[in-house]
Design a protein around this ligand. Sequence first.
Ligand SMILES: [Zn+2]
Length: 385
Amino acid sequence: MSMHSDLFHQRFEARFSDGRTAGSREIKVELTERGIAILQHEAGEPLIWPYGALATAEPLTDHAIDALVTCSYQPGATLFVQGPRFARALAKLAPQLTASAERWRSASPWLWGAVATVALSVIVWLADLSPARTIASMLPDKARAAMGRQVIASMSEGRSVCDDPSGKKALGKLTERLASATHADRPFTVVVLDWGLVNAFATPGENVVLTRGLLEAAEGPDEIAGVLAHEMGHGIELHPETGLVRAMGLAAATELLMGGSGGALGNIGIVLLQLSYSRDAEGQADDHAISILRQASVSSKGFAHFFERMSKRDGKASGGLGKGGLGGMLSSHPETGERLAKVLAAGGYDATPALTEADWSELKGICANTSPASEQSEPPDDKAQ
Ligand SMILES: [Zn+2]
């Protein structure tokens, strides 16, 4: 083991769910000679998960950006550690987590604990052994909608929702124009939060959150249309649902499958803000954005220009965008330039402005009137088609 001594005694932030009580906690873990040391409390003995008893929800590849770990000694418990550093170190210490022959076997304790049905195993098999994505795609629409409401309620705690009537009307027009250009004609709902941060988030159940800061930073409606189309792309691919299932672990996934919305989901908005999507996921969202904009006859130039401007700005004053949403997209340097080129190259069709001048100025003024977020947490019944 001495050959790996450089891997030991680094600490990592993690999210731990013991599988018995609802919810997950932020804790620290350390890689030790004996296994993963889970530091549950400041004082006291850490819990040790031996490397040989570990399984991961997905095999630890070189491209892994996080790790969802279970241990056969503690059925039902999950440990989620974000970032490639931990995943890479763990892959060296527990090589069985990387071997393709072990994939199915290693995923199973976690999976069987979650929903022990033969049907599920078949679906997981067909779905290329990605349990989080599979569970996300199995969630009934009702559960995804409940999840979306939870996220928005949790994310908007202490903030207001912008709901100036003329602004909402203009936003509805833009949303409908883009949503009707998605293949499945998905009923997206877009909420603007009175929040200075420049960002946008896809949330579960075909919801998108935009911030006041984003509207202020945009130079025209095409830029907002591009951001919105990109976030819709994440929604269509169930990226928020998948990310949350991965991050929150078994307790939340089971609760969601049951259609519940109890304790495990209380901090779901914070978790979503911390998610960052993989390069592949960002590429998929871009591809959707490109085709949605084309279908809707909106130029993709606004989308490209907005991200170009924001990535320069973020480079100068980094940290302003946060980790989730656009922040995650922009942090994936150096691919940003490549992706912008792809978006720009997709142009060359007849386009009209995403909104008229009048509607655009109404949309910019949507935060002229705001309401406390708690009043908005009822199921939206006026979804744009
Ligand atoms: Zn994105």
